[in-house]
Design a protein around this ligand. Structure first.
Ligand SMILES: C[S@@+](CC[C@H](N)C(=O)[O-])C[C@H]1O[C@@H](n2cnc3c(N)ncnc32)[C@H](O)[C@@H]1O
Length: 391
């Protein structure tokens, strides 16, 4: 592909990503993979260049642009070498006219700015994310795996964590293939640690997805006790099985819940769990470093729906906790409605619960819980709180 044809390909892909964000379709990475599957003539350098153009354009724009050309023209306005490729030749984009400004640059969509928790450094939400590893204690310690990753740095406050530079291809390493390490953001590792699980406990990971945090809980439990990974989406839970196999965490039970009737599958668990983790579905505003196009998906109506769903999940999670047990609420969102406000509303609705201090080196106290941000903690953004059943 010529350099100009790569720009045209990026415009086409951005059109698809914009439509998908508007209609709730597949993620940008999926669309990019599909695009190149149908265009075998594109070599690896073409693919890398097109992907870089696409992500540079996505990262640059806060509000969903009108179309792919507007997104790329905006980028080209800041990069003369890119603008020169809009020359109208075969497979190239048409020349940029003098009145064509392209999409405006920004980090946070205007409507969302006032909804962020006040301490969040909004300009740092799109920084580059390192690759964090968690040594899988079921198979190895961090000291044992560290020599296998000479580029890795330790992470303060997390004895099992190692940090590699952005883009490090961990999944090609033997250590990953043998289940000695998992790729897991340090923020997620901290939340798993906050659960305070121990061997022999009964633990429910209620929004387990593909089990990122479940596997960390399994390692902390040393394979002893009962660990139930529940979710409403079958395909997500199915992705946990091979991961658990690789990690040697085959004691994990998976439980598919029926959306809207979740309690039915968990009747026998009522009042039995030492720890319930609710890693709630959320706006993902803390994960823009990895998913910058998530900004184009969120709308006020979608946020309202998520806030309602989080409250509903907390309400059916609470009765699962044994007297004296713990409910950890976590979200990779940084809006107060999904974080501090959600936890306060839970405490206002339910007697017999107290928020515990989870003082730790990382993060900042906020409301009844704690806030982790890319700007302050160099992790994905999270809000979490540890609530204890005291009555
Ligand atoms: C933030 S993700 C979980 C990520 C996962 N815990 C991890 O560490 O990789 C939220 C999950 O909640 C699930 N979910 C949504 N509604 C739910 C419900 N009503 N009950 C249980 N899980 C739900 C979603 O399918 C999604 O997998």
């Amino acid at each position: 592909m010529t350099p100009a044809a790569r720009v045209q390909a990026a415009i086409e892909l951005l059109d698809a990503i914009i439509a998908s964000a508007r209609d709730g379709g597949p993620a940008a990475d999926t669309l990019i993979a599909r695009y190149f599957k149908e265009r075998r003539y594109a070599g690896s350098r073409d693919r890398r260049a097109v992907r870089d153009h696409v992500y540079d354009a996505v990262r640059r724009v806060a509000e969903r642009p009108d179309n792919g050309r507007a997104a790329m023209v905006g980028l080209a306005r800041e990069r003369p070498e890119l603008a020169a490729l809009f020359d109208g030749s075969a497979h190239a984009p048409a020349p940029i006219s003098s009145d064509e400004q392209g999409a405006e640059a920004g980090v946070v969509p205007g409507w969302l700015k006032p909804l962020f928790a006040p301490p969040v450094e909004q300009e740092k939400l799109l920084g580059r994310a390192p690759v964090d590893l968690r040594a899988n204690r079921l198979k190895a310690t961090a000291a044992e795996v560290a020599p296998l990753f000479p580029d890795a740095e330790p992470v303060e406050g997390l004895p099992d964590a190692l940090r590699l530079p952005e883009g490090w291809p961990v999944e090609q390493s033997e250590a990953w293939k043998q289940g000695l390490v998992e790729v897991q953001d340090a923020g997620s590792q901290l939340i798993s640690a906050v659960c305070g699980v121990a061997p022999g406990m009964t633990v429910i990971d209620l929004c387990a997805g593909a089990g990122g945090k479940t596997l960390a809980l399994a390692a902390a439990m040393q394979g002893q006790g009962r660990l139930i990974a529940a979710d409403t989406i079958r395909s997500r839970l199915a992705r946990l099985n091979p991961r658990a196999e690789r990690a040697g965490a085959t004691f994990i039970e998976t439980l598919l819940l029926d959306q809207g009737h979740e309690e039915r599958a968990m009747e026998s668990l009522g009042g039995r769990a030492d720890v319930v983790l609710v890693d709630a579905p959320c706006s993902g505003t803390g994960t823009w470093r990895r998913n910058p196009e998530a900004r184009w998906r969120l709308t006020p109506a979608r946020l309202d729906r998520l806030v309602g769903e989080q409250a509903r999940i907390l309400d059916f999670a609470a009765p699962l906790v044994a007297p004296g047990g713990v409910l950890v609420y976590a979200t990779c969102a940084l809006t107060d409605r999904e974080g501090a406000g959600q936890v306060q509303a839970f405490l206002d609705r339910h007697d017999g619960w107290v928020a515990e201090d989870v003082a730790m080196g990382a993060g900042r106290a906020h409301g009844q819980g704690r806030l982790l941000t890319p700007g302050h903690d160099a992790t994905d953004g999270f809000y979490f709180a540890r609530l204890r059943a005291v009555a």
